[in-house]
Design a protein around this ligand. Structure first.
Ligand code: PEP
Ligand code: MN
Length: 369
């Protein structure tokens, strides 16, 4: 666990018993577009108006943001509608300009979080200011890099601190622009239990039809807020057009979200849950028992193979085993992917154990696992 002194979200954002919502266009394009976004979003349960001013684009010669000029548009939109304002900062100069303009919240983008030099430069520029800062996850699924960025910003004295899960680049072809990794988010929650975690379903999905479902997943997990891209004319947005929604659609989505709580006072619910948890505990005890039985068979296989100088791995056996287990799982209503990942771990351990046992039998020095 990492012990950080963090101000609670309720204290600085006003979001109590509901998610904090940051919404607005991917990029500030024109003063009119920023004002039109703000006016429509101010009618919704939205706390902060977001807009990118300096955009880190993947390829040159794309629209890379309006720059400093747009700061005044955001400030004016905030003043006119009562919304607080937020933008992304990637350099110390961005921080200085945003603070000077009086923006209410800053976030560090995924590409920037990935670079400790940049994060340190930003943290140094934030020293002495009271502005809330959100650290988006780095592009790659590297929890240490994310934690390091959070620690750098915290060490600079920022206490109104939070993070945003915006998904991760992945070599696998997935339905997502940036694959959500809920396991990493849960691990972050375990490591720093008091840091507010927001979810950015827009950058995770890359497409507007998936935003609602991802936002609900985040609420199911008990995350504290959402950052969602909304634009008055999404199809003609200058960046990230496919993932932006109209303020109207955003309103419908927010209306429809089920907001969950970590626990309930309902006695019947608590009794039923306790009973089900005992059931799960018994099933889990059986699983561990069965895994140990399996391990004993693996030992005998290792002895057999060792005596006959046969390799630990037989690819065709592994393929047919996996296919068989996936098919069985499917018959029982489990997903093939779930059983595949599980068996990858089980099989990897079987191979490691066989090698370990075969080494002992042949008196080969052990390799640490
Ligand atoms: C953004 O919020 O517009 C943005 C560029 O996000 P990310 O850093 O998550 O890619
Ligand atoms: Mn964007």
């Amino acid at each position: 666990m990492i012990d950080l002194d963090i101000t609670s979200l309720a204290e600085w954002s006003g979001a109590v018993d509901r998610p904090l919502v940051i919404a607005g266009p991917c990029s500030a394009e024109t003063e009119h577009q920023v004002l039109a976004s703000a006016r429509a979003l101010a009618e919704l349960p939205v706390d902060y108006l977001r807009a990118g001013i300096w955009k880190a684009r993947t390829r040159p010669n794309s629209f890379d943001g309006i720059g400093d000029e747009a700061l005044a548009w955001l400030v004016r939109a905030g003043r006119e509608t009562g919304l607080k304002t937020a933008t992304e900062v990637a350099t110390a100069r961005h921080v200085e300009a945003a603070l000077e303009a009086g923006l209410d919240l800053l976030w560090i983008g995924a590409r920037t979080t990935a670079n400790p030099f940049s994060v340190q430069e930003i943290a140094d520029a934030l020293r002495g200011s009271d502005v809330p800062v959100l650290v988006k996850n780095p592009v790659s699924p590297d929890l240490a890099l994310w934690l390091g960025a959070i620690e750098r910003v915290h060490a600079a004295g920022v206490r109104k601190l939070g993070v945003v899960h915006r998904g991760f680049s992945s070599a696998d072809q997935t339905r997502f622009r940036n694959k959500p990794m809920w396991d990493l988010v849960i691990e972050l929650r375990r490591m720093i239990p008091n840091i507010p975690i927001l979810n950015d379903p827009s950058h995770i999905s890359g497409r507007r039809d998936l935003i609602h479902g991802i936002a609900q997943r985040a609420m199911d997990l008990g995350l504290e807020g959402l950052m969602i891209e909304a634009h008055p004319d999404p199809d003609n947005a200058w960046s990230d057009a496919a993932q932006q929604v109209t303020p109207e659609r955003l309103g419908e989505m927010l209306d429809y979200l089920a907001i969950r709580h970590e626990s309930s006072d309902d006695v019947d619910f608590n009794t039923a849950l306790e009973r089900l948890r005992q059931e799960i505990d018994r099933v889990d005890a059986d699983i561990v028992e069965v895994l140990s039985l399996r391990d004993r068979v693996v030992e005998r296989i290792a002895e057999c193979k060792s005596a006959n100088n046969v390799t630990t791995l037989q690819v065709s056996r592994w393929n047919s085993l996996l296919e068989d287990r996936m098919a069985k799982a499917e018959e029982l209503g489990l997903s093939r992917d779930y059983i595949k990942s599980l068996y990858e771990i089980i099989h990897q351990e079987s191979i490691r154990r066989q090698s370990e046992i075969m080494s002992v039998l042949k008196d080969v020095p052990a390799v640490p696992s």
